[in-house]
Ligand binder design. Structure first.
Ligand code: UDX
Length: 476
């Protein structure tokens, strides 16, 4: 091994995200920041994600702007037409374990980035769900950083699971979902059973998702550091809990805004894995300020036909203007010949606009948007927070149930609609958010937006944490 060459080259980080829209988007933003700060980055995507990025975004711009950036790919092992949705996550992980992980291991041991190669990696940065990374990092003697792109409060509920089991709080006894949780430090007094990730509602401790969470719990503290897409002032009590399990934590969010502050030009690349329909922007330009409710359930969640109808009637009956993202495949069980009731189609033409995928960050930043009906995915929540847009939360799974409780009860910047989907409730909440309590919500959302933006500006907590992370990687 040519140690002199290796030590003279800049640190080389291999980033391996969970192959889903949210984590890929987030980690690409971090990769850009690393390149801007003199680190070499190899970004490992599954072939499926790489093809989606190639067809929907200008990924060549990464090579043009950052000579020290490169993509590598591994297959995820699933047939091409296999769904890669929320409900298939276990299949995806199993398949990756069998197919992608051995290839990744070869790549960083004996392959092009191994210790004896010309471009040895000096640090692995992987999604927190990738437990295999601990052994591989140890095998090649490089530090491992885990970045779980869900909310820190959501991740904390995973880390509390052993305590919930030990104390007999989990599995839940009885069916009362409103009972308060006792064994989640930092969340006492407001976290109910229904606010834990929905897969905690199982009575079966051997449920594969529960076992997956417990496995992640055992591996996370073995990393040299944990990265979070959050900021100190938003999740301070939970971040102090996190410091107890890992002394080196790096809250560096909101990452999408953070990247903008680090770029001299301010403009960022879209990392979308679906084609964006930009026609909604000129439509928004014609709407009054704060008058439109943006509706989107992210990249993985789905709804059935009954839920579609309840939300649609709720929207129309509220009389609000709306911009709705209907991602292909996001409505299940909808027969092809489904006829849209006349009243819905008329009202939608009058004051609604539907697209299959939107430039969401830009939409949320638009002055026409006054609120966001969201599935409470963490990226969507942060994007809304940064733009000061209050939310109506309709969580689907993972950290989303926790996030929506924080939005409604802790940060008080929205309403939590979890576990209901009824047109009267939808209408009532929209009227509250967009009419009767509009000013209160906007004021509070505006305050948190200012704090979020300050945290990523020079001197802010996230800004300093990110500088510390980069310095630590350089010293590792
Ligand atoms: C998944 C999990 O479901 C979520 O709980 C976890 O917090 C992150 O990973 P996902 O469905 O991808 O979430 O939602 P989210 O985290 O909100 O990310 C969706 C991303 O897609 C956002 O960055 C959003 O801007 C983008 N998006 C969404 C678009 O660009 N256009 C759209 O039309 C809709």
């Amino acid at each position: 091994m040519d140690n002199e060459i290796a030590s003279a080259s800049p640190p080389h980080v291999l980033i391996f995200p969970l192959p889903l829209q949210g984590p890929v988007n987030c980690m690409l933003k971090l990769a850009e920041i690393f390149c801007l700060n003199g680190l070499q980055v190899t970004f490992l995507n599954t072939q499926y994600i790489q093809e989606c990025l190639l067809s929907c975004t200008n990924i060549e711009s990464y090579f043009q702007r950052y000579p020290s950036f490169r993509f590598e790919t591994v297959p995820d092992g699933l047939p091409e037409d296999s769904p890669r949705t929320a409900d298939e996550i276990l299949n995806l992980l199993d398949s990756m374990e069998a197919v992608s992980v051995p290839l990744f291991q070869e790549m960083v041991t004996s392959g092009p980035y191994g210790p004896n190669s010309e471009k040895p990696i000096t640090c692995i940065l992987a999604d927190g769900i990738f437990c295999f990374a601990v052994d591989i990092a140890k095998q090649i003697g490089v530090p491992l950083l885990y970045f779980d792109t869900v909310s820190t409060c959501g991740l904390w509920t995973y880390l509390c699971l052993p305590k919930l089991i030990e104390s007999g709080e989990f599995p839940f006894k009885g069916d009362d979902l409103d009972e308060l949780i006792v064994n989640a430090p930092g969340m006492e007094g407001f976290l109910r059973r229904r606010d834990l990730p929905s897969f905690y509602r199982t009575k079966n401790i051997n449920d594969p998702i529960i076992q997956l969470v417990l496995n992640e719990d055992r591996h996370l503290p073995l990393a040299q550091g944990l990265i979070f897409n959050t900021f100190e002032n938003l999740e301070a009590p939970i971040l102090s809990q996190m410091r107890k399990i890992c002394p080196k934590i790096y809250p560096i969010g909101p990452l999408h805004t953070h990247l903008k502050t680090r770029l001299a030009t301010g403009g960022t690349t879209s990392n979308s894995i679906w084609k964006e329909d930009r026609s909604c922007i000129p439509w928004l330009d014609m709407q009054p300020i704060n008058s439109v409710l943006f509706v989107s359930i992210g990249s993985l969640a789905v709804m059935n036909k009954d839920q579609l109808m309840e939300i649609w009637y709720g929207l129309v009956n509220s009389g609000t203007r709306f911009l709705w993202v209907r991602r292909p495949g996001s409505i299940v069980g909808l027969e092809k010949e489904f006829e849209i009731p006349m009243d819905l189609s008329r009202a939608t033409k009058e004051r609604g606009y539907i697209v299959s995928w939107a430039p969401q960050e830009e939409v949320l930043a638009h002055p026409g948007i006054g609120g966001f009906l969201t599935h409470s995915g963490w990226n969507s929540t942060l994007e809304s927070i940064v733009e000061g847009k209050p939310m109506i939360c309709w969580p689907y799974f993972v950290d989303q149930q926790v996030n929506s409780r924080y939005v409604g009860e802790v940060w008080k910047i929205g309403l939590d609609m979890k576990d209901t989907c009824d047109r009267v409730i939808v209408e009532g909440m929209i009227r509250e958010l967009m009419e009767s309590k509009k000013d209160e919500f906007l004021q509070r959302a505006d305050h948190i937006a200012n704090v979020a933006n300050a945290s990523v500006n020079k001197g802010g907590c996230s800004y300093k944490n990110l500088d510390r992370l980069i310095e630590d990687i350089k010293l590792m």
